[in-house]
Design a protein around this ligand. Structure first.
Ligand SMILES: [Zn+2]
Ligand SMILES: [Zn+2]
Length: 272
């Protein structure tokens, strides 16, 4: 049976889902996906029954050291991103996050990161920023739609997500004891639970955060106490107002310069 037609039910999920399912069956879609796969060095197989490439574009990812340009590809079930080796032609360090594990924040703007928002997932949470408010609105609308689609309309993700890490340049002294000054010999560490920058002395403890790792991970003394008391109940990051980012292991910057390329979406979302 075909679509439940548009009878004034503005946000009827069936209409949106039909659109994405339809897109996945088009021959242009198959070509676009093949194209993305071919441009990635060591790509996973992205071709899959029912998968649609919804949009793509360059976003700045706010990393531990500094913001970096990353190519993002939004599918109806996964978000793929990677380093830009040659703009529009070659990408590397492919990362894939299933959309049903992703949570996105409301827009968050700061002087250094305008047009930004947070992408949260169990292993990694990070801030990205678009080139304009309009572009951010598009990304957010498409992300929300695809996350809803990927979660089968069940829009209540309950998995724990990673803390976003405070960038290194935001703290010269430990954010826990406020006395230990960082240097080449006194290195910065990040609490895996709350994301703050702490000295080694304040983060000697390890705690098992199953969404992050099979082994216990470094946590600050405050989190260790809290986690032990609540035993995972209150383990979700609650740090909202910091410009921050998560573990920053997706490699060094490529050679390409940042050039604002407008995002492309292959389908319209009516209520942007
Ligand atoms: Zn300290
Ligand atoms: Zn902590």
């Amino acid at each position: 049976m075909t679509s439940a037609n548009s009878n004034g039910m503005g946000r009827s999920p069936s209409i949106k889902e039909d659109g994405l399912a339809q897109l996945s069956r088009s021959s242009e879609n198959a070509k676009r996906i093949k194209n993305v796969q071919d441009k990635f060095v060591n790509s996973q197989n992205l071709q899959k029954e029912g998968r649609a490439l919804v949009g793509e574009g360059i976003l700045m990812k706010v990393c531990r050291k500094k913001p970096k340009q990353r190519a993002f590809f939004l599918f109806n079930d996964i978000l793929v991103y990677g380093q830009v080796v040659i703009s529009g032609r070659k990408y590397s360090q492919q990362k894939i996050i299933p959309l049903n594990e992703i949570q996105i924040s409301a827009p968050m703007d700061s002087a250094e990161n305008p047009y930004a928002w947070l992408i949260k997932s169990p292993k990694k949470s990070f801030i990205v920023r678009a080139n304009s408010d309009r572009e951010r609105q598009e990304w957010l609308a498409h992300l929300e739609r695809c996350i809803r689609y990927a979660s089968g309309g069940n829009n209540t993700p309950n998995s724990a997500v990673a803390a976003h890490w405070v960038p290194d340049d935001k703290a010269d002294t430990c954010m826990h004891c406020h006395t230990s000054k960082f240097s080449a010999y006194n290195r910065r560490h990040h609490c895996r639970n709350c994301g703050i920058i702490v000295c080694d002395t304040c983060s000697k403890k390890r705690f098992l955060l199953p969404h992050l790792d099979a082994k216990p991970v470094r946590v600050c003394d405050s989190c260790y106490l809290k986690l032990n008391n609540h035993d995972m109940d209150d383990s979700r990051p609650n740090q909202r107002d910091r410009t921050a980012d998560s573990s920053d292991s997706d490699g060094d910057e490529g050679t390409s310069q940042y050039s604002p390329v407008p995002a492309t979406f292959y389908q319209n979302v009516e209520n942007i």
